[in-house]
Design a binder for this molecule. Structure first.
Ligand code: BV8
Ligand code: ZN
Length: 253
């Protein structure tokens, strides 16, 4: 483990950040694979898959309604805020990508690529209406589309579903442009178990582009070998310190 200190985020650096459920844990939202994990008590195939949704849409909607309640009751924490500040300081030299669907990065002031979708958007399986904002939590049964009567579903990416190609293109373009500009390309993964593809491959893409890979997590992830340096500890402690190079000395608030 490496001593916690500000990362060398120089003015020429390009910083790609990936977050997972661990960054929201201290905001009170259960992670997926931790002991209090979200999947505990629910089979992912039953609630986070197209098949599971088709089989029992009411069960899936109750799961996501409960997640919405948790996310709405949660507040962004110091790690979310430090990333939002780094985003303001670095501008286009930083790209924040999240696997999370809880909306906390956005509420902290970031504009993340939500590659697994959003809890707070719903789309229709019956018509071509665009995905629309939806914060309903009092959901007792599967939701029907007001326009066509078709089945509504959360606008999230389930296992076996493709990610938005535009998201993957934006990530690959960010890496390619950094290389083209001969900038220091750095990747920081925060609070993710490295269990899910393709997000668990971003570190490899950066290394193939001769970038440096950093990890801030509670424990070694499945793809620990992909990181040049690993900082183990709570995200609300490590992330503000690691980003001090961009943000200046972290306030202890
Ligand atoms: C796709 C939905 C093409 C919304 C999610 C066989 C082998 C390899 C891959 C596959 C395979 N079979 C299928 C695949 C592909 C599959 C995949 O990767 N499966 C895995 C499970 C084996 N991927 C897909 O299907 C993707 N699509 O590949 O399309 C395709 C098509 C067909 C067939 C094949 C390929 C779609 C992936 C998206 C799935 N949807 N969620 C929702 O309900 O959320 S994934 C789900 O896991 C969540 O989105 C979550 O974000 C994501 C990743 O989990 P983490 O965020 O990492 O959270 P986790 O709990 O695991 O870890 C938390 C970490 O935080 C821990 O390490 C912990 O130590 C740390 N931590 C905790 N507290 C703190 C902390 N760190 C710091 N501070 C703290 N306080
Ligand atoms: Zn419809």
């Amino acid at each position: 483990m490496t001593e916690l200190a500000p990362l060398p985020i120089t003015s020429a650096a390009r910083l790609l950040v990936l977050t997972g459920a661990g960054i929201s844990a201290e905001s009170g939202i259960a992670t997926f694979r931790g002991s209090d994990g979200l999947w505990n008590g629910e089979d992912p195939a039953q609630v986070a898959s197209r098949q599971g949704f088709r089989t029992d849409p009411t069960r899936a909607w109750r799961f996501y309604a409960d997640l919405r309640r948790q996310a709405l009751a949660a507040r962004p924490n110091a790690a979310h805020r430090a990333l939002a500040e780094a985003g303001r300081k670095l501008g286009p030299r930083m790209l924040l990508v999240t696997q999370n669907i809880d909306g906390l990065h956005t509420r902290a002031g970031s504009d993340p690529l939500e590659i697994h979708g959003s809890l707070f958007r719903t789309r229709c399986l019956g018509c071509a209406r665009p995905a629309f904002p939806d914060k309903r939590t009092a959901i007792k049964a599967a939701l029907a589309c007001e326009r066509c009567g078709g089945l509504l579903r959360p606008d999230v990416v389930w296992f076996g579903e493709e990610l938005d190609p535009a998201h993957l293109r934006a990530i690959k373009d960010f890496i390619r442009h950094a290389r083209h500009d001969r900038a220091l390309l750095a990747f920081l993964a925060i609070g993710t178990s490295g269990a899910v593809w393709p997000a668990n491959h971003f570190a490899t893409w950066v290394r193939e582009a001769h970038g440096v890979t950093w990890l801030a997590n509670l424990e070694p992830p499945e793809n620990a070998a992909d990181f040049n340096w690993a900082f183990y500890g709570l995200a609300t402690v490590s992330v503000p310190i690691l980003l001090a190079g961009a943000n200046g000395t972290p306030s202890l608030a």
